[in-house]
Design a protein around this ligand. Structure first.
Ligand SMILES: Cc1cc2nc3c(=O)[nH]c(=O)nc-3n(C[C@H](O)[C@H](O)[C@H](O)COP(=O)(O)OP(=O)(O)OC[C@H]3O[C@@H](n4cnc5c(N)ncnc54)[C@H](O)[C@@H]3O)c2cc1C
Ligand code: FES
Length: 517
């Protein structure tokens, strides 16, 4: 089975892996800090020692091929340095998203004071779901990060009854973060975008209905209805309808050269215009807006960014990182119009509030998203700027769960009820919701994580800080080698970093242990 990450894997595997041939045996002293990257035939393999135990697993993460040797070992797991996926060293299972597929495992032997990696071990069988209270019918509303991860996890746990996934999208679940990055920049082909190939759904008996907008939920009858009149009965229901881009209430915002960026269809439409565009205007200096700006610059298009704030991303990352992000984009030729907005669009002309106009063949609007709450409100679910869920991600209606961009959950780390718009959080919540629909009673207590990519600069962020007293900076932001700690009352609430992956992982571990009182 292939997917984006597997394809990245196959491509990189075309090069012979580095390091020693582990079948020939290595000395225990060859392992540095308990690990050694080598190979078995054409497979890159990571050898790990924890106390007296030895493990050999695939050396590359199944998400985007991150080098696991550069991550950290925590308990009997290894965490990927790039986006914090976590793999079980004993079974290879991807315990935490964003990786969903396992890595391979090999048998290891110690003989005559040397360590030998032997044959590949068979993939472990799916684990039984657990309690016999597993429902007969699971319905998932939404075919995005949370919805897909939930369906995949239910099947991984050997749940073999019905899963119906109803998605308003026209495309199967897609790697949404890629839509503003490599795919938009033209450096990743479209076949990399689906999370799984089309036949995955039939093979795994997941009934995927595309173009299927759910218009009503009737908890009493345990039934959902689509806007075209079909009904589906459920025993457990997951609401994972995500968020929708805010549309600008300005004249001309509905013209064909103006696009928001949420779905594969949006990204395709922008790419189509970008093929002949010379100049683009991006409205909004948010993550999506600036990732789109970077992708369009990569295509050689002149890019102007207009946004009301004084510094990009200051609200989330603070002034220092905001200044860095601005300078980074300016180095790549982006022209900012900050403390400004576009007040009207007329054909190729965008009028600025400050006066003057910008010419544009293409306009991307990235001014934020709002959670899709209409269905929850109509059903009478408790909401508070998101669907209110408990620690088990169950809504105010028993048997109905919510996950992803729409869910506001009690975060044990910040001690607040929070709602975020992060890919990894949505996937992990989908996974936890699936386990709870199967009757496993798991709390959602993952530390929030997101990443953003601008040109060759990845920014990783763990934790959640809406306010802080100070930002402690280690390293140097301008040199793209830094870690920023956002502190309140002496406690680190969040950490942002550039190329300090191990420290970022260690900060995540520390936050896992530091549950708010
Ligand atoms: C272009 C882009 C780039 C991003 N990059 C990053 C990144 O780099 N890092 C990061 O952490 N986050 C990133 N994000 C955010 C991340 O993608 C979201 O947080 C994540 O997708 C949320 O998952 P979700 O399942 O809640 O919602 P979604 O993935 O949006 O899925 C919602 C699904 O619900 C469906 N739906 C909605 N209403 C209905 C209905 N009534 N009936 C049926 N189906 C319905 C939609 O069609 C869709 O399939 C990015 C987002 C975008 C748009
Ligand atoms: S490459 Fe490993 S988590 Fe993304």
């Amino acid at each position: 089975m292939t997917n984006l990450t597997a394809k990245a894997h196959e491509m990189s595997e075309a090069d012979k892996p580095d390091g020693p041939d582990l079948t020939q045996g290595v000395a225990p002293s060859d392992l540095v800090e308990g690990r050694l990257a080598g190979h078995v035939g054409d497979d890159a393999v990571l050898l790990v020692r924890i106390g007296d135990e030895l493990f050999a697993i695939g050396a590359h993460c199944t998400h985007y091929h991150g080098p696991l040797a550069d991550g950290i070992v925590a308990g009997k797991t290894v965490r990927c340095p790039w986006h914090h996926a976590c793999f079980d060293l004993r079974s290879g299972e991807a315990l935490r998203a964003p990786a969903l597929s396992p890595v391979d495992c090999w048998k290891v032997e110690q003989r005559d004071g040397r360590i030998f990696v032997r044959e590949k071990l068979p993939q472990p069988k799916p684990r039984r779901a657990g309690p016999a209270s597993a429902p007969g019918r699971i319905v998932i509303i939404g075919g995005g990060a949370a919805g897909f991860a939930a369906a995949e996890m239910a099947r991984r746990r050997d749940y073999d009854d019905s899963i119906v996934m109803l998605s308003a999208d026209s495309a199967p679940p897609a790697d949404r973060p890629n839509l503003s990055k490599d795919y938009l920049a033209g450096s990743a082909p479209e076949e990399w975008v689906p999370l799984r190939p089309d036949d995955f759904y039939a093979e795994n008996n997941i009934e995927l209905h595309l173009n299927s907008e759910v218009s009503a939920i009737t908890p009493k009858e345990r039934e959902v209805a689509t806007s075209d009149g079909r009904t589906f009965a459920y025993d457990k229901l997951l609401l994972a309808t995500g968020a929708e881009p805010v549309r600008l209430p300005i004249p001309g915002a509905d013209q064909p050269r103006v696009h928001v960026l949420r779905s594969l269809a949006d990204s395709r439409a922008i790419i189509e215009l970008a093929k002949s565009a010379r100049r683009a205007v991006v409205i909004g200096a948010s993550f999506i807006g600036l990732e789109a700006a970077a992708a369009l610059r990569t295509r050689g298009i002149e890019v102007h960014v207009a946004a009301p704030e004084a510094r990009p991303m200051e609200r989330v990352l603070g002034p220092q990182m905001g200044d860095f992000v601005r300078a980074l984009h300016e180095e790549h030729g982006v022209v900012f119009h900050l403390q400004n907005t576009v007040t009207a669009i007329d054909g190729k002309r965008a009028t600025l509030k400050s006066g003057g106009t910008l010419e544009a063949d293409l306009i991307v609007v990235g001014v934020g998203v709002r959670p899709r709450l209409a269905l929850a409100d109509k059903t009478g679910l408790a909401t508070d700027r998101g669907v209110t869920v408990n620690a088990f991600l169950e809504t105010s209606a028993p048997g109905i769960y919510a996950a992803g961009d729409i869910a506001r959950w009690p975060d044990p780390h910040s001690g607040q009820n929070i709602r975020v718009e992060h890919w990894v959080v949505a996937e992990r919540q989908g996974q936890t919701a699936a386990l709870n629909m199967l009757g496993l009673n798991e709390r959602f207590d993952a530390v929030p994580f997101f990443w953003s990519q601008h040109y060759d600069v990845p920014i990783n962020y763990v934790g959640h800080a809406e306010q802080w007293d100070e930002i402690a900076i280690e390293g140097d932001i301008k040199s793209k080698d830094c870690l920023l700690r956002y502190r309140k009352a002496g406690r680190t609430l969040a950490v942002a970093s550039i190329y300090r992956d191990v420290e970022s992982l260690k900060a995540e571990l520390a936050m896992e242990r530091d549950i708010a009182a």
